[in-house]
Design a protein around this ligand. Structure first.
Ligand code: ADP
Ligand code: MG
Length: 241
């Protein structure tokens, strides 16, 4: 579903932000990406939906060549859900309106079809009684679940998460992670940048550790956490676990 082949990206001439990235994600796999701040995690996943151009190597997403025609990017982006640390909901639209906008305006669903889908998905993320609320009337955890629902309403083939719980108060983290665990178990293909290692242990097929633009180590959670091979991985894990 996602295939990085020797991908390199620089910001300007000095910053080699992605250094020979090779990463292969099968349909239905969940890959967790961790690493220190500034290691290139966000840039890596932003490449997957074409938000970041790159200078060399190859990136294939769902058979689509990201080095190819920019005109096809719009089409690809419809198939990829992206959830950020900041929820970026429309403040003057209700939860239901937030999740139905794109299905109506981008996918061309009728309002009735979009409403039905939106209600179903908001119910699935535990917000059946919050559909008519505005973002300002919702907690951070509820807003992030609306943001996830908004992506799901587009019926994406891949979901990307960039530190989705980092801006949340601790007591709200689990309600968001639970939704993500549910998605993973349903077979969604996901790349998740997070330092929530409990989540990684529970659902990741693979954990990837990045430092200074490179994938330093990757493995199944069991071996990654219990027996990290690289000194930098061990050092990082000792700081966050
Ligand atoms: P992470 O998500 O792991 O914290 P990022 O991918 O956000 O790392 O950033 C990796 C490096 O690239 C950092 O040094 C950051 O300052 C730099 N960077 C990110 N975006 C840009 C940009 N648009 N222009 C120049 N440098 C950038
Ligand atoms: Mg980041």
């Amino acid at each position: 579903m996602i295939d990085f082949q020797g991908l390199n990206k620089w910001f300007g001439s000095a910053l080699h932000v992605l250094n020979d990235i090779n990463l292969h994600v099968e349909k239905g796999e969940v890959v967790v990406v961790c690493g220190p701040s500034g290691s290139g995690k966000s840039t890596l996943i932003r490449c997957v939906n074409g938000l970041e151009p790159f200078q060399s190597g190859k990136l294939l997403v769902d058979g689509f060549d990201l080095g190819g025609k920019p005109s096809l990017l719009r089409k690809l982006r419809m198939e990829i859900g992206f959830v950020f640390q900041q929820f970026n909901l429309y403040p003057h639209k209700t939860a239901l309106e937030n999740v139905t906008l794109a299905p109506i305006h981008v996918r061309g669903l009728s309002k009735a079809e979009a409403d039905a889908r939106g209600r179903e998905i908001l119910t699935k993320v535990g917000l059946a009684d919050r559909m008519q609320n505005y973002p300002g009337q919702l907690s951070g955890g509820q807003q992030q679940r609306v943001a996830i629902a908004r992506s799901l309403c587009m019926q994406p083939r891949v979901m990307l998460f960039d530190e989705p719980t980092s801006a949340l108060d601790p007591e709200m983290i689990n309600e968001v992670l639970d939704v993500m665990v549910g998605l993973a178990k349903e077979g969604m293909t996901m790349i998740v940048v997070t330092h929530e290692m409990g989540f990684a242990r529970k659902v990741a097929d693979r954990v990837v550790f990045m430092d200074q633009g490179m994938i330093i180590e990757s493995g199944e959670p069991e071996s990654f956490f219990n027996n990290p091979q690289n000194e930098r991985t061990r050092d990082f894990l000792s700081k966050i676990l």
